[in-house]
Ligand binder design. Sequence first.
Ligand SMILES: *[C@@H]1O[C@H](CO)[C@@H](O)[C@H](O)[C@H]1NC(C)=O
Ligand SMILES: *[C@@H]1O[C@H](CO)[C@@H](O)[C@H](O)[C@H]1NC(C)=O
Ligand SMILES: *[C@@H]1O[C@H](CO)[C@@H](O)[C@H](O)[C@H]1NC(C)=O
Length: 477
Amino acid sequence: MAARRRSVAIFLLLACFTCRWCSSMAGSGSSEQEADRDRVGRLPGQPASPGVSQFAGYVAVNEQHGRALFYWFFEAQATPSSKKPLLLWLNGGPGCSSIGYGAASELGPLRVVRQGAALEFNQYGWNKEANLLFLESPVGVGFSYTNTSSDLTNLNDDFVAEDAYSFLVNWFKRFPQYKDNEFYISGESYAGHYVPQLADLVYERNKDKKASTYINLKGFIVGNPITNDYYDSKGLAEFAWSHAVISDQVYERIKKVCNFKNSNWTEDCNSAMNIIFSQYHEIDIYNIYAPKCLLDHTSASSADRTFFANDPEQFRTRIRMFSGYDPCYSSYAEDYFNKDEVQETFHAKASGQLPGKWQVCSDQILNSYNFSVLSVLPIYSKLIKAGLRVWLYSGDADGRVPVIGSRYCVEALGLPIKTDWQSWYLDKQVAGRFVEYHGMTMVTVRGAGHLVPLNKPAEGLLLINTFLRGEQLPSRR
Ligand SMILES: *[C@@H]1O[C@H](CO)[C@@H](O)[C@H](O)[C@H]1NC(C)=O
Ligand SMILES: *[C@@H]1O[C@H](CO)[C@@H](O)[C@H](O)[C@H]1NC(C)=O
Ligand SMILES: *[C@@H]1O[C@H](CO)[C@@H](O)[C@H](O)[C@H]1NC(C)=O
């Protein structure tokens, strides 16, 4: 397992949470004060307008060990925001930050610009129709920390879900005015584990409907999600072959030596699969038709250095090939969130516990994480039966968690089809395809990679708003 995981040591990005903050008068004086202390006026480099109502800070999740998770929260832009749902977003990794990816690079209303010089307003921010909550999870990721260092080597899916659940319970104490809002959980990549697992934990703990910790969970949505080890691995190999990344011979060899039903890959399988990963080192595995970031200082791309890295002219030339898309977004987040004045305004100095720089992804967490769960499909079956709204979307140009594997996963649930596979549209163009089952919806986003809201912002916003309203995607031009 370890050998295999190392060979796949390419970061999975994931999860962020969104939610909104309503202005009802509920809540004790102390929670209002706590919430008030978390209010962020204006961050360094933030545009003067439009105004953004935001909060950031720590929520303790375990007093004995001294664990605290960091969040960034945006009220819905639409008024009245108090009736809008609360959406939590989680990035994956394990070890990647929902603030660095989800909030600052993908779907937040404020995104970091080049070189981390400032923030820009994102007109496709997912807080248009939802109150949006980003959580850095688990401890060891981003600003989230623990005072008990042994926690960092005990991380697995159960640990992550328990802490995220404690976070929610305590966050709602601080922001009680959101307790009655519809609550949804979202995320991408390895959050394909976190999201359904957290939904399951909330569902189980909700069985006491009168408990003060009741959470008004209505559903979840995941993007390019790690879901089932067997189907995802099979899909990764098939996608690489069907998208001309590897030769017929390599693909034949993989089919011969790899039994993906065994999660512990053999040496032969490891070396065959490493041919795929070495090909993907040349391009961006997360978005196979996009340019690759050739800056060498982001933690997310540390595994992907190339000899172009120190050649700015090469870099600029390559960048220009695809105007409008900047592949180096995650390094800009590291530039921005390591500024003292940013951390000050952001209430991220409170810990003093950070071992070093704020990183968009933590190698330490990735390498020590105990991958003990191989499939979350049983949770899908359970929560679909329980009536939660469940959507899975997939950018169809992602080589890391490819659409092929996700299709196998959804098909394996054996749900009856409600509406056949068909196109959905934005601005008279095919934005992707979708299929509705009795119990869940699967959506593809045409030409998007692993980070759908980054690659296809308008499509991403339409998708999330349609999900939140419980509607069907536009099936006419
Ligand atoms: C961690 O330790 C520091 C220093 O003792 C303390 O100020 C902080 O409150 C602790 N964090 C938690 C979550 O208990
Ligand atoms: C995985 O396979 C390797 C050899 O390919 C073996 O040494 C190792 O013990 C196996 N690990 C598990 C957990 O089965
Ligand atoms: C990983 O987690 C599983 C399940 O929780 C546990 O049985 C196993 O001992 C853990 N392995 C390590 C190395 O901590």
